[in-house]
Design a protein around this ligand. Structure first.
Ligand SMILES: NC(=O)C1=CN([C@@H]2O[C@H](COP(=O)(O)OP(=O)(O)OC[C@H]3O[C@@H](n4cnc5c(N)ncnc54)[C@H](OP(=O)(O)O)[C@@H]3O)[C@@H](O)[C@H]2O)C=CC1
Ligand SMILES: O=C(CO)COP(=O)(O)O
Length: 334
């Protein structure tokens, strides 16, 4: 069988990690906009800004040229944060070959359009097979050699199996799924619940409270995800519950970190200014609330997170709100 070549866009923590994983199976060129990052990967086989303790495979080649990265690629992978995803994809469009599959690693929504990243790919690159790799996958843990499982979701059952072999390795187990909408939304929506959990943790909440927030959070994420076309069972799998647990409990999660700092009473802008990395949940929250309204879905936890990240209330006020709601049947919102 022909050896596939991969081009991956995005030299942050997850883009670099996935490039390192793929290197075990196929030749990979990694594009980063920062020339220092590219030089460091090619010379020292490290990316200390985003993965301070990791050694990268010597076979991983980095480039500052999008053309060089995608022109002969048989699969293109996008590890660009959601608010910059389209602008980079438009450059990819200038050089990508026809029908090459494009896989998103990104867990956010475009703010202006509320679109998922696979919808943006479909719009910018019509005809290209589209997919998403998602699941409980904290980058630093994977680079440290810990075992993890993930999901690659594509509508085409043949291409998804071929690409499964490009991403998987001994300690990185990759399952296939054909529910692109559900898998993608699982990754996007859990970020907001992780902020809520962090807000509780930052105020000294207990384990029972965290478990309640995760469980009720998963219920509201599932309601919106299913209303938007995802399958209910997807939200009980790796892309749903799996990612929810990892992100809501890990000290490595950037979204949970934002919540913790909000819980301590810090201002949103100050928290973001102190972070090198992206926290997608804070950016996507307004788009998620707009979608909840459009689809007529109640999301009390996400709604409180939105009010805090948009400065309408503080974490302490929101937390009281979460406890104030009168409980009905467990199958109901609230
Ligand atoms: N980290 C993780 O554990 C996981 C992350 N994800 C998702 O992956 C996506 C990428 O996140 P991650 O790698 O962690 O992010 P990081 O914050 O670690 O890195 C962001 C990367 O994006 C680059 N970037 C930012 N803006 C632009 C732009 N306008 N044009 C080109 N490049 C840009 C940055 O470049 P520069 O250095 O030049 O600023 C940097 O390389 C997110 O949607 C995240 O939710 C998914 C699973 C796990
Ligand atoms: O998506 C992730 C783990 O699966 C990473 O979460 P954070 O962006 O909160 O770090």
């Amino acid at each position: 069988m022909k050896q596939l070549k991969a081009g991956l866009l995005g030299g942050g923590s997850w883009g670099t990690t996935v490039a390192a994983l793929m290197c075990r199976n196929v030749p990979v060129t990694l594009w980063a906009r920062n020339a220092d990052t590219v030089a460091e990967i090619n010379t020292n086989h490290s990316n200390t800004t985003y993965l301070p303790d990791a050694m990268l495979p010597e076979s991983l080649v980095a480039s500052t040229s999008i053309e060089e990265t995608v022109a002969d690629a048989d699969v293109v992978v996008m590890g660009i944060p959601s608010q910059s995803f389209r602008e980079v994809l438009l450059e990819v469009k200038q050089h990508i070959r026809a029908w090459v599959p494009v896989i998103s690693l990104t867990k956010g929504l475009e703010l202006d359009t509320r679109m998922r990243m696979t919808e943006i790919i479909n719009e910018v690159l019509p005809g290209h097979p589209v997919g998403v790799l998602t699941g409980p996958n904290l980058a630093r843990e994977i680079m440290a050699g810990q075992a993890a499982a993930s999901v690659i979701a594509m509508e085409d059952e043949i291409i998804v199996k071929e690409l499964q072999n490009v991403f998987k390795s001994g300690l990185f187990r990759v399952y296939t799924n054909t529910d692109v909408i559900g898998c993608e939304l699982g990754g996007v929506l859990k970020n907001i619940i992780a902020i809520a959990v962090g807000m509780g943790d930052g105020q000294g909440a207990g384990d029972n409270t965290r478990a309640a927030l995760i469980t009720r959070g998963l219920a509201e994420v599932t309601r919106l995800g299913v209303a938007m076309g995802g399958k209910p069972e997807t939200f009980a799998g790796l892309a749903g519950m799996g990612d929810m647990i990892a992100t809501c409990t890990s000290p490595q999660s950037r979204n949970r970190h934002v919540g913790i700092e909000l819980g301590k009473g810090r201002a949103m802008q100050e928290i973001i200014d102190d972070m090198v990395m992206v926290a997608e949940g804070a950016k996507s929250a307004p788009a998620v609330m707009a979608l909840a309204e459009e689809y007529g879905v109640e999301m009390p936890i996400a709604s409180d997170v939105y009010r805090v990240v948009s400065g309408q209330t503080n974490a302490r006020g929101a937390y009281r709100g979460l406890l104030r709601v009168t409980a009905g049947a467990e199958s109901e919102p609230g």
